[in-house]
Design a protein around this ligand. Sequence first.
Ligand code: HEM
Length: 124
Amino acid sequence: MDFLASTHLHITSWVVGIILFFVAVLLVNGSKGQKITQMVLRLFYVFIILTGVALFITGMDFDMGMLYGFKLLGGIVIIGMMEMILARMKKQKPTTMFWVLLFVFLFITMFLGFKLPLGSSFLA
Ligand code: HEM
């Protein structure tokens, strides 16, 4: 399963995931289109996590376990926030807090990803 440990596959997965999330947010609440977009988005969560875990295992060679642990947690929290926003939108509950957390964790996770040694490390 070495091919999964590719930053290109990982980046493609989360970029498509984020786009699908925004499409789902913008589509009419409760519409069929929104449901289908969210189903495809959930498939991309699987790709993000699979490629992320494969990179995580490769990254264990660098003795930076704690930073890799934070990277993994940050990625999972982002997925959690996207799901919370879509679920709360459907129930017409406030989502501001989850939007703030989504952007905070997006920043932390992308910062860590570009700092850690695999792929591009222009922040290292
Ligand atoms: C939507 C959520 C996520 C975003 C925005 C994101 C973002 C990034 C970015 C920007 C990189 C750097 C790629 C590069 O250096 O070329 C990266 C790498 C990585 N990601 Fe994610 N990621 C997400 C989810 C996850 C998840 C869920 C996991 C773990 C299960 C994970 C684990 C990793 C690992 C281990 C690396 C390699 C770090 C390195 O050494 O450069 N990511 N990610």
